[in-house]
Design a protein around this ligand. Sequence first.
Ligand SMILES: O=P(O)(O)OP(=O)(O)OP(=O)(O)OC[C@H]1O[C@@H](n2cnc3c(O)ncnc32)[C@H](O)[C@@H]1O
Ligand SMILES: [Mg+2]
Length: 744
Amino acid sequence: MAKGKSSNPADAFRKAQRAKELKKNKEARKSVRETQTIKRDTRDLESEIRSLKSRPKLAAADKTRLESLESELEYVNKVKEKYVAEHPEARDRVFRTHGDKSRRLPGHEDEDDEGGGGGRGGDKRLYDESGRLRDPTRSVYYDAVYNPFGVPPPGMPYKERTPEPVEESEEEDDSDDDDDIVMPEGPPPGSSDEESDDSDDIPLPEGPPPPKPPPIPSGPSNAPFMRPPLHFTGPPGQGMGMGQPFLPFPPSGPGFRPGMHQPGMPFRPPPQMQQQPMGQPGFRPRPPRPPRQPNMPHGKAPVVQDPLSDAPTQTYQGYRIAKAEGVAGLPARPGGGGDSAPVSGAGSPSLPAKPDSKTNSPAPSAAQIAAATISAAPVLRDLRKEATAFVPRGVKRKAAAAPGAAAGVRVNAAPGAGEVDADGDELRSKREDGPGLLGVLQGVFGEGTGAGTGTGIRQNTKGGQLSAGVVQESSRPFVCSNLILASISSPHFLAAFFNMTSFVFVTGNANKLREVQAILAAGDGGIKVTSQAVDVPEVQGSTQEVALAKCKAAAEALGTACVTEDTALCFEALGGLPGPYIKDFLAKLGHEVLSSNQSPLCLVCTSPPYIPVLLYPSGPPVALVMTRSTHSQYMLTPASLSSGLNTLLTGFPTTRATALCTFAYSPGPGSAVLLFEGRTEGHIVPARGPTHFGWDPVFAPEEGGGKTYAEMDGGEKNKISHRYRALEKLRVYLQDKARKEGKA
Ligand SMILES: O=P(O)(O)OP(=O)(O)OP(=O)(O)OC[C@H]1O[C@@H](n2cnc3c(O)ncnc32)[C@H](O)[C@@H]1O
Ligand SMILES: [Mg+2]
């Protein structure tokens, strides 16, 4: 194996191919260089040489410059001579400078011109020595718009500008050291040897033949409309080379229409261009709008608006409105009636429907459509009405026929949890647990015989509320008529009343009393409590204001020291409300609850409005309504719950609430009242557990492990309750006070 030769035949083949390619590229570049040299106008070169030579003395730099110019001219002439020897007919065009007069064909000697003044008179400004139009861009007077033919002004000699040395610079840097750069293949213009070498080329798919150059126009009669040749594009005799007069392509652009230019015919500018006053100052020719494509179906706008189009940009909405009005210039609606008839939105989903032709009302104008405002007013829903509206008629009739039932159907989500009176309010008295205040007081004082007639306590049946009262020794009624009066003649009571470790608890709430007693009994203070019901007006205001006013009034009413208590339930989402007014809220709203030990049957109506109904084994049906549990969630809720205390917070972001207990202690009438507060934080939840004490079923304290107050037994609640916390403060205070007074 020879040294340096690759053993791999594929490598060897690739190398050979590359060498061939390099050679071909080198030849191609050489050919291009020669072509450019042949095209080169040496007049400037010669004039510079002449001017340098005419100087009496030359500087060193000028000498060097003169030498380089002469050698350059010699090289150019050599290349030209060589070419002319092969193509004698091209002599005139190759040597077209006055300096080359000697090399011109006979008969052309007198056509030399320097400024276009002589020879052919005025025409010499436009035509060169061979009779063809000059390159107007060479004229110093040339202007693409105002003077496209480079004609000198009257009385001025024709002058050409110095050509730009573009080609020279390109040639200079085209040295042989870039042989390694693989040039894209392609025959140089007019290189004939390429055709013979095509066996090495990668076969390419056949394409259309290059366009043939159009024939030479006959005579200069068409010259004013011809664009004169700017450059030769190849060696003479090859395609569009020097041997063939160059006929320029018609100008491409928006004004040109394919088919306007006939092969063989000189290009004529479109009529608009011909009519334009070219010399008018300030005039700028504007490219005409492109004509409609013949194959584009009539009435169809292009899908994408041409970004170069001078048509104003149009929005889709604008297009639709214009279309509705049948604006001229926009494509007509296919199949539409008249051109200018407004098009209704019958076929368009986003436009208003076409008005009935019978009504003769005019179709809305585009402006009306654009200005139309679509608004949606909020709809207030009567959930109770909705919930009861669908109740099957049979059920309604049955409920109406039931003895003692209300005329209308009442929806109770807690059937069986308690009796409901004629107004639909639950009779809570039936569900009182334990002995209650009545039992406690009766245990202490014995059962009374009647209001205002003696000692003892009995239950007031009005509203099921337990009340107790105090009657003085004189048996004069102390408070209003709805209270059951109790005698204070009992020695136990009197003993307790004057014992400082006991206090009179003024309340009408048996549950409160029971809890207070239980809490105090569990403590080690041995504080005894007795209760009194005093009907005092409860003022409006903060919990403190309410508590202070109530205790003050009670003390004045009793004429002695006393303790009152107020409970508030404050919803965080409602800024603390209902707060001290919770009693009224609870009375009005309730907190009806589904009984957890009953399995309802859920029915859904098969006809609108498809409201599901829960049927309990006992009790009336309960409708489920859609309620919003948070800002974004909806849930099915028993209809009656929608008016419960716990549903007040439906739709609010938080269910946090505080149970606040305020004990107020008054040492006696006219004395300052002291407040003792206790709080328990928790959440308002759907009611769970027994419903015997206020809002216990809907309040789940945070420390309750998820249970509601109602679900806890008494001991559990009293360890964490708001009441316990407030009472502890009161107890500590009273015991301290007793100690101090005992010491004193
Ligand atoms: O005679 P008073 O002591 O005023 O008793 P009241 O029942 O009117 O009591 P409030 O004025 O303090 O009203 C508070 C409401 O809150 C209820 N309530 C009080 N403490 C409660 C607790 O611990 N758990 C549940 N509900 C309670 C009570 O039934 C009332 O409806
Ligand atoms: Mg009260």
